[in-house]
Design a protein around this ligand. Sequence first.
Ligand code: PGA
Length: 255
Amino acid sequence: MQLLIAANWKMYKTGEEAVSTLADLGRLLPSPPGDRQVVVFVPFTALAQAARAAGPGLALGAQNCYPAEEGAFTGEISPAMIRAAGGTWVLAGHSERRSLFRESDDFVGRKTAFALRAGLQVILCVGETLEERDSGGLRPVLERQMRGGLDGVDPAFLPSSLAVAYEPVWAIGSGRVAGREEILEAHGLIRSLLENRFGAAGRGARILYGGSVKPDNAGSVLGLDNVNGVLVGGASLRAESFSAIARAPVPGTGR
Ligand code: PGA
C-alpha cells in the first residue's frame, strides 16, 4: 500500500501563487518516493493552472464539491467540473466545512458517494471536537461520522478510491499533534468500522492522520499502526516543509 501524503491548502494561494509553490515543490521533490503518492488540494480557482504546472507524480484535488451533475446551485462546483479542470481527488467533510458551513453527516455522505460515482477519489475527513472527546468520548462521534459519511458508498470503490482522514478538531492548526495512544485508538476504531462495512476492502483502505503534522513529527506519525498517510494543512503551504514531510523517513520500517 502506498502512503498517501496530502496537502490541504485551504483558502490560501491564487493561481499564480499555486504555480510558484508547485514549481518549488518540483525542484525539491522531482518525484515522490516510490512508496508514496502525493496529492495537493488547491482552491477551486487555482485548480486548472495548478494542473498544468504540476510535475509528474503529483495529483491535484479540490477541497469540496456539490453532489449533483449540474443545476441551479449558485456558488457550487460539481465533480465533473473538478475533473475537467484537472483534479482527480476531492475532500469531503473537512471539519471546517462541518463547523463553519454546517455540513451534516448525511450531506457529507451524499457528496462522498456522488464524487466516487463521478470518477473522483475521495478523502473523507472525520474527527471529534475537544468537547465531544471530553463528554461522550471518541467512539460515538467516529461511528456517527463514518456511518453517515459512508452511507451509499459502493464497495467497488474501495480500497483505492476512498481514504479516510482522522483529524481531531483540537489538533488542527493548533500546533498540538495528537499523541501516539490517541492516534492508535482512533485509527484502530476507524479500521474496524471500515472492515465491518466493507470487509477485506476496508482492510486495504488508507487511513490518514491530520492535525499539526510538521516535518519533525511526520515520520513518527507515519510509523504508527493503521496510519497510511497524512493530511497536512499549515505545513503544506511552503514547498520546503511539505517536501520534507513527503520524504520523511519512517523509523523502523526502512521506508
Ligand atoms: P493543520 O491542518 O495541518 O494546519 O493542522 C490540517 C487540516 O486541516 O487538514
